[in-house]
Design a protein. Structure first.
Length: 377
């Protein structure tokens, strides 16, 4: 059997999910580092854990694991629709936002198509484009590392099928103001789909941000992606959703596997949507941790991006990998950004207040070490 001849022609462009130190589950991080205490600040997870209401609902769902889940997740669709002011037929569930990105690619991208992706953006847009054998076209970032919408418009050709945007953007945390996004969408040809990933939506409350669900009412070619992995803290349950006009949602539904979202995830999501207190506590924890981080960066004279998400991207002015290694020795795992050309930057997820206090103490210590190589992005 010659596997190299058997795999699809896109195979050389596909990479398995990496398992570097920053990608490991926390117990494996502890093992790898030989440390008892490790702070995982590399995944933009919610440190408060799921809502107690969600945990109770998921425990209850365990007793029915012999039964297949609802295929569409009707109860969850109804609740999301009510919350977002749309109809249930405008919503579709997925196995995390990751799967929704793949479903969109599978629904729309042919090998001859182009997908526009901002240069510094979540990696799964590229992975899904490659999976379909379509051509990724990178659009530039602005000087301040915000997404350059004019730059994206200039990349549109008659082969463009999809434009991926992330708002707030990962890994920068910056937002595209709602008025700019609306003006942009109005200039995009109607046969080009604009996918707006709002994984961090619930953390954003400033800098002109507003959800693009509003845009889906006016534009048939806008599709919004959300997740329960972030503010709702259900990352391991794997549930996300998309919102768009009925025809668009119906098209993606043709590609969706029959039971893509398990019943535990559906039960957890449903209960989470009823726990506004947990969302408020998560947002508050995030605001406190983000302030602690940013105050520290100000004190150290470091440049960082104003974030509307649950992480901050900071330019350490040193070799990012070296800073990463020294933080790791102390039990703090963050994210390097050299893959995006940001060699001196790190992305740090917001943990609990006490974790962030411990982190800033360690970070200050590391930054005082005089043998760290200084570099510029
Ligand atoms: C922008 C963005 N989209 C999607 C995802 C994937 O989310 P999920 O856990 O729902 O697959 C992430 C995860 O970090 C993300 O940052």
């Amino acid at each position: 059997m010659n596997l190299t001849q058997m795999v699809r022609s896109v195979y050389p462009n596909l990479t398995p999910y990496t398992c570097s130190l920053a990608d490991l589950p926390v117990e494996e991080m502890k093992q790898a580092l030989g440390l008892e205490q490790v702070y995982k600040l590399s995944f933009n997870e919610n440190p408060l854990g799921p809502s107690p209401k969600a945990i109770a609902a998921m425990q209850q769902a365990l007793t029915q694991l012999n039964l297949y889940p609802s295929s569409s997740g009707e109860a969850v669709l109804n609740k999301i629709a009510e919350k977002e002011g749309v109809q249930p037929q405008n919503v579709i569930l997925s196995n995390g936002a990751d799967e929704m990105i793949i479903l969109v690619a599978q629904t729309f991208l042919e090998p001859e198509d182009e997908a526009i992706i901002p240069q510094i953006c979540f990696v799964q847009y590229l992975a899904s484009t490659n999976l379909m054998g379509a051509k990724p076209v990178f659009s530039p970032m602005k000087e301040d590392l915000g997404i350059d919408l004019d730059g994206a418009l200039q990349k549109i050709t008659d082969k463009t099928k999809v434009i991926f945007l992330c708002n707030p953007n990962n890994p920068t945390g910056t937002v595209i103001p709602a008025d700019e996004l609306r003006a942009f969408v109005a200039r995009v040809p109607e046969n080009v789909l604009v996918v707006i990933d709002e994984a961090y939506h619930e953390f954003a409350d400033g800098d002109g941000y507003a959800s693009s669900v509003e845009l889906t009412r006016d534009f048939a070619n806008v599709f919004v992606i959300r997740t329960f992995s972030k503010v709702y803290s259900l990352a391991a349950a794997r549930i996300g959703y998309g919102i768009g006009q009925t025809e668009l949602v119906d098209a993606v539904n043709h590609v969706r596997p029959p039971f893509n979202v398990n019943s535990i995830a559906q039960a957890g999501a449903l209960a989470s949507l009823d726990d506004a207190e947990h969302v408020a506590a998560s947002r508050q924890n995030n605001a406190i941790g983000k302030k602690l981080l940013c105050d520290t960066f100000d004190e150290l004279g470091l440049t960082y991006l104003k974030s509307q998400a649950n992480f901050v991207c900071v330019d350490t002015g040193r070799d990012g990998k070296a800073v990463f290694d020294r933080l790791a020795e102390r039990g703090f795992i963050v994210r390097t950004l050299a893959g995006y050309g940001l060699k001196s930057s790190l992305r740090i997820s917001i943990g609990r207040e006490e974790e962030m206090r411990a982190f800033v103490a360690a970070f200050k210590e590391v930054m005082q070490e005089s043998d760290l190589p200084t570099i510029k992005n």
